[in-house]
Design a protein around this ligand. Structure first.
Ligand SMILES: [Zn+2]
Length: 170
């Protein structure tokens, strides 16, 4: 059995959560240092994505909310429940990022959430690849994340062609 198939659901939830943050960071052009799944003392898991810069722009709000969007899509948990539990800190940071531009330019957190959901939906296959890589390796540096998101085309690979015979099916 492949190692990532033997993993428990909590670890996978953390992996999908962190993979969604990473994918959002990449699409929003926000570099970070690394992402890691840490095993806690009580047998659980905790995810960390170590950023480089301070998080004070609306783009960062989308990045903060993306983790819960990906976790909700994978687990089927209602996103509001995640914002009360695993993504509580993310929600607080997203609020701070939305408020950072001051009252006149303040970004509505619900618009940021819609953006995050769209981003996760549009990049789901990349998020799945990243989640699997994270489960296998526990920690990925930023350049490793980029390699997973942009896999090189294998040597000798050709795009599949539909057999001609099947086109004239009578
Ligand atoms: Zn998070």
């Amino acid at each position: 059995m492949l190692p990532f198939l033997a993993i428990d659901a909590e670890c996978a939830a953390v992996a999908y959560h962190e993979a969604s943050h990473c994918c959002a960071a990449h699409r929003l052009q926000i570099p970070f240092r690394f992402v890691e799944i840490i095993r806690t003392d009580n047998g659980g898991y905790r995810g960390v994505m170590r950023s480089i810069a301070h998080r004070t722009t609306p783009r960062h709000a989308v990045l903060d909310l993306a983790g819960a969007c990906g976790e909700a899509r994978w687990s089927g948990e209602p996103i509001l429940e995640l914002f009360r539990t695993t993504a509580k800190t993310d929600l607080r940071m997203a609020r701070d990022a939305c408020d950072a531009l001051g009252p006149r330019h303040r970004v509505d957190i619900y618009s940021a959430l819609v953006q995050a959901q769209k981003l996760v939906e549009a990049n789901w296959s990349s998020i799945e690849r990243l989640a699997i890589a994270l489960i296998e390796r526990d920690r990925l540096e930023y350049d490793e994340v980029l390699r997973v998101l942009q896999p090189p085309i294998p040597v000798g690979w050709r795009s599949p062609r539909w057999p001609r015979q099947q086109a004239s099916f009578r």
